[in-house]
Design a protein around this ligand. Structure first.
Ligand code: GLU
Length: 305
């Protein structure tokens, strides 16, 4: 299969330097192998969507010189929603409805390393006729699920003990990220997932779902997070500034992204047209210089509007 990577932003705000770094890494990884690179808009959660964010993200990607293959997929589209429903049906033997109230969950869950661990309350509870709010959970196995990350190395979790039975369809009727991402990656033929390290601990859950659904597991590379000088992850929540779109800033920020990704871009690239930056970086891309640590970007070096 042709190497295929993807960039899957949630349209909760404009792209910032942290998202640029992830987009650059996934793009270069795919293109350096003459592979395909797809864009998927993860608009599963309407209350979190910001008006105009999708258009702004796509416009910014274009201005920064990214060229995606095929059509952009939207998780909210009827086709995708139908695919998630079909996967849910396939998962029925391994899942169960959960009637627990938020209060019950708060009072009964144990806090683990990765957040609240579900207490299995509904695992063997008889079904209630016409329940009001029903989430669907996956029964997690008493097994260790592991994988080899291209940057973080071997990574494993005891899924039942450390994560617990997790939600694949939410009580409010929305699809859970874990299910949608697995179904989309499989349907889009993704062979490599290059994304932010904040999602590293989600991967064993996704690999487990892939095994239940009979999907192949892609290669994974989690990119160290970009922190600001206060040690905070750059994110929409911390009001990371939107990427500027003038020609000088674009070249400057692409250069800084390559430096952040330890690609050792030569000084001459600072003054070359954008196309030359891309040509150089596709030719020289390597994961080798990336280490599993969070890195601080001196945002003074990053051109913001
Ligand atoms: N939509 C997620 C985000 O914007 C990325 C999900 C993924 O790459 O698996 O953080």
């Amino acid at each position: 299969m042709l190497p295929t990577g993807r960039f899957a932003p949630s349209p909760t705000g404009p792209l910032h330097f942290g998202s640029l770094v992830t987009a650059v890494a996934s793009y270069l990884s795919a293109r350096s192998k003459y592979g395909r690179w797809l864009v998927r808009i993860e608009d599963l959660d309407p209350p979190r969507i910001q008006a105009g964010a999708t258009e702004s993200i796509l416009h910014t990607l274009k201005q920064y010189g990214f060229e995606w293959d095929g059509e952009i997929i939207f998780q909210s589209s009827p086709t995708r929603q139908a695919a998630y429903t079909e996967a849910l049906m396939q998962l029925q033997p391994y899942s169960y409805p959960c009637y627990c109230s938020r209060k019950h969950l708060q009072q009964n869950a144990q806090q683990g390393r990765f957040g609240a661990i579900y207490a299995d309350t509904c695992r063997s509870r008889p079904q209630i006729p016409n329940p009001q709010a029903t989430a669907i959970r996956i029964k997690t196995p008493d097994e260790t699920i592991g994988f080899h990350d291209l940057i973080y190395g071997d990574y494993a979790q005891q899924l039942h003990a450390e994560i617990g039975d997790f939600v694949i369809k939410r009580a409010d009727g929305l699809w859970a990220y874990q299910l949608a991402v697995v179904v989309d990656d499989a349907d889009q033929g993704i062979t490599e997932v290059v994304r932010g390290a904040d999602l590293l601990d989600n991967t064993p859950r996704q690999i487990y779902l892939q095994s239940l659904l009979g999907y192949a597991t892609p290669h994974y590379a989690h990119i160290p997070l970009v922190l600001d000088t206060q040690g905070q992850k750059l994110s929409k929540q911390t009001y990371a500034p939107a990427l500027p779109l003038d020609e000088h800033s674009i070249r400057h920020n692409l250069y800084q992204a390559l430096k952040f990704l330890n690609q050792n871009p030569p000084d001459e690239l600072r003054t070359t047209p954008m196309k030359a930056i891309w040509d150089w970086s596709i030719q020289h891309w390597s994961f080798n210089g990336l280490r599993p640590q969070q890195m601080t970007a001196d945002l003074d070096l990053v051109q913001t509007p």
